[in-house]
Each structure stands twice: as structure tokens, then as C-alpha cells.
Write a protein that binds this ligand. Structure first.
Ligand SMILES: Nc1ncnc2c1ncn2[C@@H]1O[C@H](COP(=O)(O)OP(=O)(O)OP(=O)(O)O)[C@@H](O)[C@H]1O
Ligand SMILES: Nc1nc2c(c(=O)[nH]1)N[C@H]1C(S)=C(S)[C@@H](COP(=O)(O)O)O[C@H]1N2
Length: 207
């Protein structure tokens, strides 16, 4: 998958441009045993959720700790304010995404993993096996998501009823724009029907 500039016709100059890294970590998808569904699912959800024009930097790599850390460092150097990974967060011997992420962390944000597990437990009891972490490196937020492609939207968006109404637990993405404000990144704006962004009043830009 090549980097794709996503500037939908509705995105105006008033929205900050953003660069987002997408990392799909899968032994089998990276060697062609099955087609990768992680990168398309990440890109599709972010395109639906964000009003900003986005340049995506996609990477498909195997479950190798040093490779994962090196790719994360490279994406931060290339100016990403956000990097989302998918895959390799379980307890299997080859699952090392959290270790690779923590190895490049300047700060750890435990709330993201806690909330992801709360959300995922509403879908599958095995969510207790997930070890996702979120960290800050320089001016970039890095968040691990589960490997199941359908779990990407579930964790980012949270629980909704059949009419699309948000239920008890908001998705983790609700906290991402304000986190990126706090680390000095661009001002992310979301479509509220997909995922409202939570910011204190004092941090909100006049529309
Ligand atoms: N990139 C992907 N594309 C499509 N399906 C995936 C992908 N990653 C994971 N899955 C699916 O989600 C399941 C759980 O993901 P997990 O990250 O634990 O993968 P895995 O079992 O370690 O295998 P692999 O690393 O070879 O994808 C996988 O068994 C597979 O069915
Ligand atoms: N929303 C959601 N979260 C989920 C799952 C899922 O199917 N849906 N699978 C769980 C399972 S079975 C595992 S082992 C962990 C880690 O998955 P990973 O190794 O694919 O990252 O995520 C969990 N989180």
C-alpha cells in the first residue's frame, strides 16, 4: 500500500493538515499468506472520522520487535503526530507489539489500554488477553490496537446501539485530539456522528 493523500472535497483550509502512520503487524499478512486487512481498516476509519486533510504513511511488517520499534521511530521522525498499530498484542510467543512500543516510549498513557479492554470485553471475553499500550514519543502519540480487523473500529469508536447512538463507553479516539493538542501537534477535528472529540472548553477553537 502506498501513502495516500486524503483531502476530501469537504476538507477546507481551516483544518490543519496531519500526517498519520499506520502499522499493520502480522507474520501472515506481511508474507502474503492472507491479504492484509489491517491497513485498509485503519485508513477507512480515519477517513470517515477526521475532517482534516491527512497524509497516511502505511507500513506492513512481521511480528519482529526490533523491526516494529525501528518503524515507529522512523514514522515519528517523518513527522507523524499519530501512529496507530494493529496486531501482535496478545500473549502468543510472537506477539511483541507492546514491548516494541514501550521500548520507544518517552511517556506511557495507561488509560488507552484500560479503556480498550473495557470496550473489547463487551464484544469478546478474550479481550482480557490483550496487552495494548499507548505512548508518547516526542510530539507523536502511538497507540496499539488489536489485530482483528473488525476490532479496529470497535475500539476507536466505542459501543453504539443499532441507531448509531453512543452507549456507555466512548471509543478511545475521543481522547486522541486533545492528547495531540497537549503534545504540541495539529488540531484534529472529527465528525461527531463517527466519534466526538472530547476537549475542555478552554482548549476548543472557535468554529
Ligand atoms: N493484518 C491482518 N489482516 C487480516 N487479518 C488479520 C490481520 N492481523 C490479524 N488478523 C486476524 O486476526 C487474528 C488475531 O490477530 P493476531 O495479531 O493475534 O494474529 P496472529 O494470530 O498472531 O497471526 P499473524 O501475525 O500471522 O497475523 C488473526 O489470527 C487473523 O485472523
Ligand atoms: N474488540 C475486540 N478486541 C479484541 C478482540 C476482538 O475480536 N475484538 N480479540 C481479542 C483477542 S482474542 C486477543 S488475543 C487480543 C490480542 O489480539 P492481537 O494479538 O490480535 O493484537 O485482542 C483481543 N481484543
Amino acid at each position: 500500500m502506498r501513502p495516500i493523500e486524503n483531502a476530501p472535497p469537504t476538507a477546507s483550509n481551516s483544518h490543519d493538515p496531519v500526517v498519520i502512520g499506520l502499522v499493520s503487524i502480522s507474520d501472515r499478512a506481511s508474507t502474503g499468506i492472507y491479504p492484509d486487512q489491517g491497513l485498509p481498516a485503519l485508513q477507512e476509519w480515519l477517513t470517515r472520522a477526521l475532517k482534516n486533510p491527512v497524509v497516511f504513511k502505511p507500513r506492513l511488517i512481521p511480528d519482529e520487535q526490533d523491526t516494529i520499534s525501528a518503524v515507529l521511530i522512523e514514522l515519528v521522525r517523518e513527522g507523524c503526530c499519530l501512529v496507530l498499530t494493529t496486531g501482535g498484542t496478545g500473549p502468543a510467543l510472537r506477539d511483541v507489539t507492546p514491548e516494541a512500543t514501550l521500548a520507544v516510549a518517552h511517556k506511557v498513557l495507561p488509560g488507552f489500554g484500560e479503556q480498550m479492554r473495557q470496550i473489547s470485553l463487551q464484544f469478546v471475553p478474550t479481550a482480557i488477553l490483550s496487552r495494548q499500550v499507548a505512548v508518547v514519543r516526542d510530539q507523536c502519540l502511538i497507540v496499539n490496537l488489536p489485530g482483528q480487523p473488525k476490532a479496529i473500529a470497535q475500539t476507536l469508536e466505542g459501543l453504539k446501539d443499532d441507531t448509531g447512538q453512543q452507549l456507555r463507553i466512548p471509543g478511545i479516539f475521543a481522547a486522541v485530539p486533545y492528547c495531540i493538542d497537549l503534545i504540541g501537534g495539529p488540531y484534529l477535528e472529527t465528525h461527531p456522528a463517527v466519534c466526538p472529540a472530547f476537549r475542555p472548553q478552554s482548549a476548543q477553537r472557535p468554529s
